[in-house]
Design a protein around this ligand. Structure first.
Ligand code: NAP
Length: 305
């Protein structure tokens, strides 16, 4: 059978997509990307022919996918904002999948999240589960990758914790910080994604790193990496959100919202499978100690303005 010439990655210059793009480059697979941000700093090495990531002009979307072998889909919205709800992200995912099918794409590798559930009270996790169903019903061959918390160049959460640690004499830990998470490297997510693309069967797998750590431990590791030792105080979830709103107003962003905090505290960023990722957060923090948290990373600047 003739091998198809290229793959499509959504958001090849954004966060998770950049790791997938680099992994495909290492495998000598040319890519196209669907994105509205084709020039993000720090991604100058990535070669990807861009087309708009849009859901209103279906024929154009089909054309931008025609001839592709695999669609690596990272598209999602982080939170409900303005008029955008998760239902719209699910509907857009269906449009993208339908366009991929009509364009003759062989397979979709869909990036989901650990522990999605349609009956979750958290809209993010319920929406992700509905998007997964859309993938399974798409008529394409599929693989679903469920990452925990992804770390690497361009991340938001860890970077902004480091940013706060660098600047504040006191740092608030939500609750007692005794809930666990299992960070995974962007490179590991990308390796799992390209492995999944090669599987004959449809697969659903978690992408999680080798270590399960407490939230407070993670904050301490970041503090050690950036060489700052503020006083840690424990805040109730309500006060954490209040504090994050105050800082959010200063930096004109949504730093952390209630459902995100709930998901974290319910340990939804922990996998129940054997870890497939091998890279350790501590090592990454130490090798990136000079850069992490130097600049605030704004979700609203990245995607909403
Ligand atoms: N980040 C994590 O720690 C993490 C953890 C678990 C699961 N995930 C999942 O991994 C996937 C990628 O997440 P990410 O954090 O790496 O995201 P990202 O790269 O910042 O964005 C992924 C894609 O979605 C598009 N997008 C994001 N927000 C949008 C908005 N408000 N309106 C329109 N398009 C938007 C981006 O468009 P542009 O190309 O124009 O930027 C990009 O193509 C998502 O499915 C997410 O749920 C992420």
């Amino acid at each position: 059978m003739e091998e198809r010439a290229f793959d499509v990655v959504t958001g090849a210059f954004s966060f998770t997509g950049r790791f997938i793009a680099r992994r495909l480059a290492a495998l000598e697979r040319p890519i196209k990307t669907l994105t509205n941000h084709p020039q993000r700093p720090g991604t100058e090495d990535i070669k990807a022919d861009p087309a708009p990531l849009q859901f209103t002009d279906r024929p154009a979307l089909v054309e931008s996918l025609r001839g592709a072998d695999v669609l690596y889909n990272t598209y999602w919205v982080r939170f409900v904002h303005g008029r955008v709800r998760f239902g719209e992200a699910v509907a857009n995912t269906r449009i993208l999948l339908g366009a991929a099918r009509d364009a003759g794409v062989r397979k979709v590798v869909h990036i989901s999240v650990s522990n999605p559930a349609e009956d979750s009270p958290l809209d993010y996790y319920a929406g992700k589960a509905r998007a997964e169903r859309a993938v399974r019903e798409s008529g394409l061959a599929w693989a679903i990758i469920r990452p925990t918390l992804i770390f690497g160049q361009g991340d938001i959460l860890l970077n902004n914790i480091a940013w706060l640690l660098r600047r504040l004499p006191v740092f608030g830990i939500p609750g007692r910080g005794d809930y666990r998470l299992q960070p995974v490297a962007g490179e590991d997510v990308a390796e799992i994604a390209t492995w999944a693309a090669e599987q004959v069967d449809n697969v659903t797998v978690d992408a999680a790193g080798p270590d399960i750590i407490y939230y407070s431990e993670m904050v301490e590791s970041i503090a050690i990496a950036v060489g700052r030792h503020p006083r840690f105080v424990f805040l109730s979830p309500k006060n954490t959100i209040r504090a994050s709103k105050v800082i959010g107003r200063l930096v004109k962003d949504v730093m952390l919202n209630e459902p995100e905090l709930e998901g974290l505290m319910q340990e939804l960023l922990v996998s129940h499978e054997r870890p497939r990722g091998t890279r350790r957060l501590d090592n990454w923090l130490l090798t990136n100690a000079d850069t992490i948290g130097q600049k605030y990373a704004s979700e609203l600047d990245r995607h909403w303005r």
